[in-house]
Write a protein that binds this ligand. Structure first.
Ligand SMILES: NC(=O)c1ccc[n+]([C@@H]2O[C@H](COP(=O)([O-])OP(=O)(O)OC[C@H]3O[C@@H](n4cnc5c(N)ncnc54)[C@H](O)[C@@H]3O)[C@@H](O)[C@H]2O)c1
Ligand SMILES: [Zn+2]
Ligand SMILES: [Zn+2]
Length: 377
């Protein structure tokens, strides 16, 4: 079958690889109909991780059940399903408590598994014609038959729940103001989720015009951090008070407004200064224990200079980590079915699998409006 294979920094190729088969009674094989490229894939694509050439990418996957293992009870051939990017067992302590992003069964020595991701276990990615899904009864979310809402439902694999998770970590409540840093897919989904949760005003900070325009389209206030300090811009629009809550949807590859140089702690520090005392920060943006490509010695060891004194003084709460997609995907699916949510506004390009190399290149350069790319194998 055809699959997107990592060849080395800034290179992927669509190649023939072995088609996956049932390996355990609880497996299903899914014929992939949609699979998305994620900002997290770019960390590997850019050679910033230990990902070895040969890995098949793709943790945001949906499709049609094609083969069913003999131990699977809730699924049959032909079912339309979307899988959380987290691979999870359903029975370990963390899974049982709803923390499926921290499953200790699927990835020995490390909490949390994912398809097609370095250090997240042996699970092949779904940017391919077929995907093997383990613990299938637990990991597949059923969707209505047919092909309606395909580009909404694919976003249930990661970014819609992850944006929502950012708001959940920050405890966004009706009537609050929220500052979201980053207008990539995750930031736009966080802003959209904040509005769904009843926020009265949502600021979205970025420098990419097309992305800021999307934020404006959904009713958020765009803030261009290349035009001046975003903290000041937000304070000016909140009578100096700052916002109730904040979301970091950028992570460790944050850049400084003035120079455009990488400055991994800049968003965390901006948030500490943007959010009012006793507010809270949700940090779905990724930070890593080691970043060989980091701009200085500390950053290379995953240590950043964060204004912890100010954070303490203001009594801010901080929530971090991988999204436990299963906690949110069912209710967000039902919001889509009822017409109450249409996250697909974030999708900028739909491409056949063969065009993945160009999709990666343009998404990585954030050019030609590339915001969220869906591949159709
Ligand atoms: N926690 C999770 O489960 C989870 C899931 C998916 C993605 N992520 C992470 O979320 C982050 C965002 O993902 P994405 O797909 O939206 O990525 P992305 O790279 O497309 O978007 C990041 C955006 O941040 C902007 N940015 C850079 N520096 C900034 C600054 N100083 N202030 C404001 N904006 C700035 C960039 O211009 C870009 O538009 C990544 O770190 C990704 O790995 C986490
Ligand atoms: Zn993703
Ligand atoms: Zn588990």
């Amino acid at each position: 079958m055809r699959a997107v294979v990592y060849k080395g920094p800034f290179t992927v190729a669509v190649e023939d690889v072995e088609k996956p088969g049932i390996q355990h009674p609880n497996d299903v094989i899914v014929r992939v109909t949609s699979t998305a490229i994620c900002g997290s894939d770019l960390h590997m694509y850019e050679g910033r991780t230990a990902a070895e050439p040969g890995i098949v990418f793709g943790h945001e996957n949906m499709g049609i059940v094609d083969q069913v293992g003999p131990g699977v009870t809730g699924l049959k051939e032909g079912d339309r399903v979307v899988m959380p990017f987290n691979v999870a067992c359903g029975f370990c302590t963390n899974c049982a408590e709803g923390y499926t992003g921290y499953c200790t069964t699927v990835n020995p020595g490390f909490a949390g598994g994912a398809y097609g991701y370095v250090s997240m276990g042996p699970w092949q990615g779904g940017q391919a014609e077929y995907l093997r899904v383990p613990y299938a009864d637990f990991n597949c979310l059923k969707l209505p038959a047919g092909d309606a809402h395909e580009t909404d439902f694919i976003l249930l694999a990661d970014i819609f729940p992850t944006g929502y998770h950012g708001c959940e970590l920050a405890g966004v409540r009706p009537g609050e103001s929220v500052a979201v840093y980053g207008a990539g897919p995750v930031g736009l989904m966080a802003a959209y989720s904040a509005l769904l949760r009843g926020a009265r005003k949502v600021f979205v900070v970025d420098r990419v015009p097309e992305r800021l325009r999307k934020a404006e389209e959904i009713g958020a206030v765009p803030v261009d951090f290349s035009a001046g300090d975003p903290v000041e811009q937000i304070k000016e629009q909140t009578d100096g008070a700052g916002t109730d809550k904040g979301v970091d949807a950028v992570g460790y590859q944050a850049t400084a407004g003035g120079t455009g140089e990488e400055e991994p702690a800049t968003v965390l520090n901006s948030l500490v200064n943007t959010v009012r005392p006793t507010g809270a920060l949700g940090v779905p943006g990724l930070y890593v224990p080691a970043d060989p490509g980091g701009p200085d010695e500390q950053a290379k060891q995953g240590m950043l200079l964060v204004a912890i004194g100010k954070l303490f003084e203001k009594g801010l709460r901080v929530g971090t980590g991988q999204c436990n997609v299963k906690r949110y995907n069912r209710s967000l699916r039902d919001m889509i079915i009822e017409g109450r949510a249409q996250p697909s506004f974030v999708v900028s390009h739909e491409l056949p699998l063969d065009q993945a190399p160009s999709g990666y290149d343009k998404f990585d350069k954030r050019i030609e409006g590339y915001t969220k790319v869906i591949l159709h194998p």
